[in-house]
Each structure stands twice: as C-alpha cells, then as structure tokens.
Design a protein around this ligand. Structure first.
Ligand code: IMP
Length: 428
C-alpha cells in the first residue's frame, strides 16, 4: 500500500501539477487536500496545456478517482467552469468527487478579500483575491457553509440568511459597501447545487475502501510550506496548511497511513505576493529566470519574484514535513548559465545563522550566504536518466541533497509529462 503526499517545498508554484500528472498513471486515487482556486496547477500532456485550480491533476488519467478533499475551499463557479473546460477539450471528469465537508467560497468572501487588501494599503499581503482567506476564516469561526449544505435547500437558505446578515453589516459599517442580496446568492448557489450534486458526497468511505484494498493514493498539496500559517512567513501566508500534516487533515487519512512525503522544489525559488524572500534577485539574473521560465502567476498573471535556491528555507521544509523524497523541477532553466548559486546560510545582525527565522522582520534583514557551483552549457530537455545529465548538473543536484539531507528521486527537465528523470520510483 502506498499513500504518497506531494507538497510544495517553497512558496508554491513549484510544478506540483506536472509531477502529479507524471506520477498519477500509477495511482488509483488523487486527492487535493488544501487551498482553493488561489492555486494554479499546470499540466502539459497529450490533451494539451491545462491550468487547474481545483480539480486534482490526476484527472488526465481516466482510471484515476479524483477527489476534492474536505480541506479545500471550493468556489462552485470556478469548479463548474473547470469541469466544462476539461470536457470541452476531451478530458472525462466522470471520476470526480467533491467532499461534502469542503467549505464553499461565497460571493462575500471574494468581495471581502479585495476590500481587506485595499484597507491594508502598503501592508497588503498580496493575496490572490479569490476569497480563500475569508472562507477559511469563516470555517474556524464556525459560520462557514459547506458543499454538503447545498443539498438541503431550506437549511442552506437559513444558514445563508444568518451569515449574510452579519457579512452585510461588516460591508456597510466597515467599508460603506452596499449589501449583497440574499435572494440573488441563494438562487445562484441553488443553480450551482443542481449541477454539482452528482459530484458531492461523503468521501471518507471511498477513501478508506481504497486504503483497505491497498491501492496507491496521491495526496496533492497546494501552495507551499513557506506559505503555511504556522511555519511560513507569517503574516504573509495563505490560510490553510500546505504541509504533509494538512494532507492528513484535509482528506481524513490518518498520518500513520502516509508512507512517503515528497517535497516539490524548483531548482531556484520564486514567490508571488508580499513578504520577505532572502534570495530574491532584483537584477538581470532574476529577470532572465523569470523570462526563461515564464514566471508569471497562473491564477493572477502577476510577475513572480525569482531568486537562487534557498537551502536554509529548504531544510525547514524537509523538517516540518518529514520529507522522504524531493522532486526537483525546472532544472533545465539553468541550461547555459555560467554558474549557479545556492544559499547555504544567512547573515543576520552580524551573525551567521543556518535556520529560517520565524519572524518576518528578522527574515527581512537576512542576507544570503552563497556557494557558487559551475553551470552547464548543454540542454538537458531530452535527458531521461541521471547518468546522462551533465556532470555539473549532477553536482548541483547532489549538493542540494546534501544540504537538505534528503534524496532527490525525481527531476523535471521540461514542462511536459514525459520530461522527467526518475532517479528512484516514487510509486511502485
Ligand atoms: P491567498 O492564499 O490568496 O490568501 O494569498 C496569500 C498569499 O499566498 C499571497 O502571497 C499569494 O500570492 C500566495 N499564494 C496563494 N496561492 C498561491 C499559489 O498557488 N502559488 C503561489 N502563491 C500563492
């Protein structure tokens, strides 16, 4: 039996969609466990190029059961659009299930996400404005509405009525915004309910049947460890846990069932939105990485901040997720670079530190200490085994393994499904 959790090791956008799409052929089930449509998972395969926001990246394999887990915040309009787009491009979505415990993103969530950001002014977090923070805030405030609630119209109406009264008071008193209409939202969400009803169900039984049969299950994370509300660069973080632990919480699979934990890391690092980023490159090299790798947000189109690989942050990811493996992506972006750098420590207030400070202002003061390695000039796009990688690329990979004390089992050498060097099989 194999339950493999696959999570982002950095600030998201590490290429989790591609890795899942490549691995899912050997899986029976793929479950998205956190985040919402703030995520954008890219997969390039024989069906074409796709940017998935909610549907698990295993959807391109017809035998795979894809589940949107209880830990995801679901915007039904986005989900329906995604289903329609997939179907329109020849991808079947018959094996999709949505947990009835997953919370809904409501119109007031998206509206408030934008208003809260404007109110923060210079201190804006740079959220994706998809309403994800407000939706998860309602979940813990116990005023959230779940996908399962859509299936009982009367109960849904009562819930919406009481929550909307509260939200409209905030909108009016804090933001001077006109109230949202109860009837409009109710009817709109009833229409969504009709279309989504075939997918919504209690998913625990299906998941635990698969576990009992010893089937291979992939847990698909969203965002990345450094955006975790506990271990990320708080308050510049997202609002659900992108960690392996979140994979347990967001699916209903106990932690003891998870047999492998794979952290996906880019060969460099990127961040979109505000917050500290010690290895950020505000020069030509950063620009070169951004242009070569098309580092623009999948969901918002914002240019991503680019920098050298940060092994200090990487070690934190390995620790808080107990990673068993690393999947290193975008290694081909360094083809033709004269040299490459890895940050091995920080200089903080005249001291050298090898840990990732918990405090955002301390992290802001951290200066990276770099180690420089020779680059490689040839293209690695067609390489499929470790031995055929240029010696300098192997050295770079080995140095990251060494600094993070974790083996690299999978290397992506291009965006397409087959552009992979599988060092050690992740799924049997
Ligand atoms: P939110 O999740 O939309 O509330 O945004 C909070 C922070 O997480 C912002 O810095 C976003 O840019 C960042 N973020 C959210 N989702 C993603 C993602 O999928 N990739 C990268 N950054 C993300």
């Amino acid at each position: 039996m194999s339950v493999v959790a696959l999570i982002g090791g950095q600030w998201g956008d590490e290429g989790k969609g591609k890795v899942i799409d490549s691995l899912a052929g050997k899986a029976k089930m793929v479950i998205r466990f956190s985040g919402g449509d703030n995520a954008g998972h890219t997969a390039i395969n024989p069906y074409g190029e796709f940017k998935l926001h909610l549907i698990p990246s295993g959807v391109f394999h017809p035998h795979v059961i894809c589940i949107i887990g209880n830990g995801v915040a679901v915007n039904p309009a986005v989900l329906l659009k995604e289903i329609e787009e997939l179907r329109g491009r020849g991808v079947e979505v018959n094996n999709l299930l949505v947990s009835d415990r997953a919370h809904l993103v409501m119109p007031y969530h998206t509206l408030l996400d934008g208003l809260e950001e404007e109110r923060r002014g210079k201190g804006a977090l740079g959220t994706t404005r998809r309403g994800i923070g407000p939706a998860f805030a309602d979940k813990v405030a116990r005023i959230g509405i779940r996908t399962g609630d859509l299936l009982d119209k009367d109960a849904f109406y009562r819930q919406l009525n009481s929550t909307l009264e509260f939200k409209n008071a905030i909108l009016a008193k804090l933001y001077g915004h006109p109230p949202l209409s109860l009837e409009e939202i109710f009817h709109q969400y009833c229409r969504y309910a009709e279309q989504l009803a075939p997918f919504i169900r209690e998913t625990e039984t299906t998941i635990h049947q698969a576990l009992a049969k010893g089937e291979s299950i992939l847990l698909e994370g969203a965002q990345g460890t450094l955006l975790d509300p506990d271990f990320g660069t708080y308050p510049y973080v997202t609002s659900s846990s992108p960690l392996v632990g979140g994979g347990s919480q967001g699916t209903g699979i106990g932690p003891m069932e998870i047999s492998r934990a794979v952290g996906v890391f880019k060969a460099y690092i990127t961040r979109v939105g505000g917050g500290p980023m010690p290895t950020e490159l505000k020069d030509d090299v950063g620009e070169l990485i951004r242009e070569k790798a098309k580092e623009y947000g999948t969901t918002t189109g914002r240019p991503r901040r680019c920098g050298w690989f940060d092994a200090v942050a990487g070690r934190l990811s390995v620790q808080v997720n107990s990673l068993s493996d690393i999947a290193l992506t975008h290694l081909d972006i360094f083809d033709g670079f004269p040299s490459v750098r890895i940050c091995t420590a920080y200089r903080l207030d005249n001291k050298t530190v090898d840990y990732f400070p918990s405090n955002a202002t301390a992290l802001e003061r951290c200066q990276p200490v770099y180690e420089e390695l020779p680059g490689w000039q040839e293209s690695i796009a067609d390489t499929r085994d470790l031995e055929s990688l240029p010696q300098q690329a192997r050295r770079y990979v080995a140095r990251i393994e060494d600094l993070l004390s974790c083996p690299i089992s999978f290397i992506a050498v291009g965006p397409a499904r087959e552009q992979v060097v599988e060092v050690k099989p992740i799924l049997p």
